[in-house]
Structures are given as structure tokens and as C-alpha cells.
Design a protein around this ligand. Structure first.
Ligand SMILES: Nc1nc2c(ncn2[C@@H]2O[C@H](COP(=O)(O)OP(=O)(O)OP(=O)(O)O)[C@@H](O)[C@H]2O)c(=O)[nH]1
Ligand SMILES: [Mg+2]
Length: 262
């Protein structure tokens, strides 16, 4: 269970049976879609929403300070988000050699436990720091604020933040990044943007990874892209394989163009 956002506490969960006539949905002030069965509306939820708003308000204030710091130093901060195992670290491992010759690239790794991802990035000989969230299921602005103070980021550089593997909660926590990049892989199912819309609403970029596996899995990339654009029509889209490098020309071209402009 998450000890910060409490999202897995189950207090706000409502069971929906297909065919229930009285089923309806509303989106609360917290940005979540809430599903309620009429006549079974649990008003104890209101306290939970207030707590969550307070947590998010504190986070957003600190995120703005982080954003100001990044802007002052012209650091392009990117927040990479996905389900566990979609390939965030693999994507970074493959990306770093393209960027490193021209621009300092630093990485903050977020995981509940272990320094495994930081060790993988460290092998590329770039600055990296691991944040372990313990029972927490996402990074927050305070963790990034503290991490960055340990890092001595160069001006005009790139900072990649790999969030904890989780397609839900990290979407709600602004870290002060310039952009959120959601990674989805072809083994996850092409319906994920519809089932977990908040992440795709919040993201600026979607990277479909593991395209090398497309011949072996029932996944329709065009359907996935259509589902993602139904949720967020402004989402930019890349398809690639962090294993083979296919599709990296477009991704690296886009990244370099952002580094030039910013
Ligand atoms: N076939 C294939 N495998 C990949 C690709 N990208 C990553 N993988 C594999 O997928 C697994 C998970 O990759 P990671 O890069 O560790 O994924 P992650 O998103 O960083 O995982 P967490 O940090 O645990 O959330 C590893 O076994 C990778 O080798 C890809 O493009 N194709
Ligand atoms: Mg990882």
C-alpha cells in the first residue's frame, strides 16, 4: 500500500457490476473519475478527498520551485512513467550514448527498493542517483528537490527522472518536470490508454516500446495509438524498440530538437 497518496487503501473503491442500471460516473476535484452506484454513495469519501487535495497542494507548490530551478539553469527535466517493466531503464540505457557527446545527461532513478536501475545507468558513466520510496508507489516533488540538491546539475543539461513503475499514482504528482513521457510496451495490451486514462491525459509524449515483439503478441499499434489519442489528442507518439534500436531516429531527433530549443 502507498503510504503517501493512500490510493490503495480501498476506501474510495466502489464495485461496479456490468448491467447495474443505477451506475454513474463523476470526476471529482482531485481529477479522479469516481464510479458510484446510486443509493450506495459513501460520504465518508469526502474526508479522503480533502486529505489527498492537501497532499497534492503541498506537492504542487514544491514542484513549482523545482520547475523554477530547472528553468533558471536551462535543465530539460523529463519524467518517464510506465507500468513496471515497460522498458524505462532500457530506453534510457539506449538513449544516453546518443546524447552524452553533446550534452550532460543526469538520471534520477525511482524504485521502491534496490539500486539496480541506478547501477545500470552508472555503467554508462553519467551522474545518477537512486531514490527508494519504500512503500511509496510514486516519486514526489520533495524527493526530487532533495535528490537534485545532491547532484550538482550542469547548466544547459538534460535530467531524466525514471518514476516508480506504476501506471496510476505517479501521474498525479507533478515533480516540476518540463514534460511527462509515458512508456507502454506491446505486451501490455492496446487498451491500456482507455483503462488508465489519467496517465495518458497527463503525459505529453507516449513511447510504444518493445516493437520487436509485435510479431509475437496480439497487439495492434494503430488501435493503441487511436485509444491514446481519444484520451489525449495532443499526445506525441513514438514507436521503438529499446532492445534493437528500431525507431530511435525519430525519438533521438525529437529529443535533440528539444535540447537545442530549451
Ligand atoms: N524484447 C524487448 N524487451 C525489452 C525491450 N525493452 C526492455 N525490454 C526488457 O523488458 C524488461 C524490463 O525492462 P526495464 O528497462 O527494466 O523496464 P523498467 O520499465 O525500467 O522496469 P521498472 O523500473 O521495474 O519499472 C527487461 O527484461 C528488458 O530487457 C524491448 O524493446 N524489447
Ligand atoms: Mg527501471
Amino acid at each position: 500500500m502507498c503510504d503517501t497518496c493512500g490510493c490503495s487503501s480501498g476506501n474510495g473503491a466502489v464495485i461496479y457490476k456490468p448491467g447495474d442500471a443505477a451506475y454513474h460516473v463523476h470526476v471529482g476535484d482531485d481529477g479522479h473519475a469516481h464510479h458510484h452506484v446510486s443509493g450506495n454513495h459513501d460520504h465518508a469519501n469526502s474526508r479522503q478527498v480533502m486529505v489527498e487535495q492537501d497532499v497534492l497542494l503541498q506537492n504542487n507548490l514544491l514542484a513549482e520551485r523545482n520547475r523554477g530551478f530547472f528553468e533558471a539553469k536551462n535543465v530539460l527535466a523529463l519524467n518517464f512513467l510506465s507500468s513496471p517493466g515497460s522498458g524505462k531503464t532500457s530506453l534510457l540505457e539506449k538513449t544516453v550514448p546518443f546524447i552524452k557527446p553533446d550534452c550532460q545527461i543526469s538520471v534520477i532513478e525511482g524504485d521502491q527498493q534496490t539500486t539496480r536501475d541506478a547501477e545500470r545507468i552508472q555503467a554508462l558513466d553519467i551522474p545518477v542517483l537512486q531514490v527508494n520510496t519504500g512503500t511509496g508507489c510514486h516519486l514526489d516533488a520533495l524527493m526530487i528537490n532533495r535528490a537534485v540538491k545532491e547532484m550538482n546539475l550542469a547548466d544547459n543539461s538534460l535530467l531524466c527522472i525514471e518514476n516508480v513503475g506504476n501506471l496510476v499514482c505517479p501521474a498525479l504528482f507533478d515533480l516540476g518536470e518540463a514534460m511527462k513521457i509515458v512508456v507502454i510496451s506491446v505486451t501490455e495490451g492496446d487498451d491500456k490508454p482507455l483503462k488508465y486514462p489519467t496517465m495518458f491525459v497527463e503525459a505529453d509524449i507516449c513511447i510504444l516500446n518493445k516493437t520487436d515483439l509485435l510479431p509475437y503478441v496480439p497487439f495492434d499499434a494503430a488501435v493503441c495509438r487511436e485509444n491514446a489519442s481519444r484520451v489525449n489528442h495532443k499526445l506525441e507518439w513514438f514507436e521503438l524498440s529499446a532492445a534493437t534500436g528500431e525507431g530511435f531516429d525519430a525519438w533521438i531527433g525529437w529529443l535533440k530538437s528539444k535540447l537545442k530549443k530549451d
